[in-house]
Design a binder for this molecule. Structure first.
Ligand code: PRP
Ligand code: URA
Length: 213
């Protein structure tokens, strides 16, 4: 598994305002949307493309076009839904699937209540989106669903992640597939209730490295 922690002052600024309990809901939603757009730029760095010719007013130009089959974006409901617009803005041709997962707050295990994924994801690049990666249970379950359907190339886009959850995802994925986690910020740790404790630790750097190194 590969981890990219977005090391960018604009992203750090927006995450800080996002965390502020005084931030009104409309601003919160706008910030989520902006952050996803910035993260999506990095997350789509290896999106598959084909050569494509277009007629310009002067001559024929060869460029690139997102390859078929188009990627699929899968928001993990409910919170992941708030990230969908931002991802679709960058890859409007992507298909969309849905996974409804709910973390049981007693056991901290993810429970599935909805699954609208295509049966066959062979050859499809998958973008899983969920703002929080806490214990990693929800993301691991989502990754398992798409790998079972034949996906081999999975990128997870999250806003905040706990180091323990990242490690759990890495352990669960092993060498089964190419999985990348793109995250705005890695926080300090999980608390006893499995919630992410804010803190600008160096866990991201220590674990795997930082974009822009
Ligand atoms: C949150 C979050 C993740 C999950 C993270 O969703 O959006 O899906 O918890 O926790 P984990 O890494 O320990 O699994 P939640 O289950 O609260 O559902 P919701 O989005 O419907 O509120
Ligand atoms: N859900 C949240 O909103 N935060 C966490 O840290 C874990 C689950």
């Amino acid at each position: 598994m590969e981890l990219h922690v977005a090391d960018h002052p604009l992203i750090r600024h927006k995450v800080t305002v996002l965390r502020d309990k005084r931030t009104p809901s409309p601003t919160f939603r706008l910030l989520v949307d902006e952050l996803v757009t910035l993260l999506a730029y990095e997350a789509t760095r290896h999106v598959r493309v084909d050569a494509h010719e277009v007629e310009t007013p002067l001559t024929t130009a060869t460029g690139t076009k997102i390859a078929d089959p188009a990627p699929i974006i899968v928001p993990i409901l409910r919170a992941g839904l708030g990230m969908l617009d931002g991802m679709q803005r960058l890859i409007p041709s992507a298909e969309v699937g849905f996974l409804g997962l709910k973390r049981d707050e007693e056991t901290l295990e993810a429970v599935t209540y909805a699954n609208r994924l295509p049966d066959d994801l062979t050859g499809r690049q998958v973008f899983l989106i969920d703002p929080m990666l806490a214990t990693g249970g929800s993301l691991i379950m989502a990754i398992d669903y798409v790998l079972q359907r034949g996906a081999t190339d999975v990128t997870c886009v999250c806003l905040l992640a706990a180091p323990e959850g990242i490690q759990n995802v890495q352990d669960a994925v092993g060498d089964r597939a190419d999985v990348t986690v793109v995250v705005a910020q890695v926080d300090e740790k999980l608390n006893e209730q499995g919630y992410i404790v804010p803190g600008l630790g160096d866990a991201g750097d220590r674990l795997y490295g930082v974009i822009g190194d």
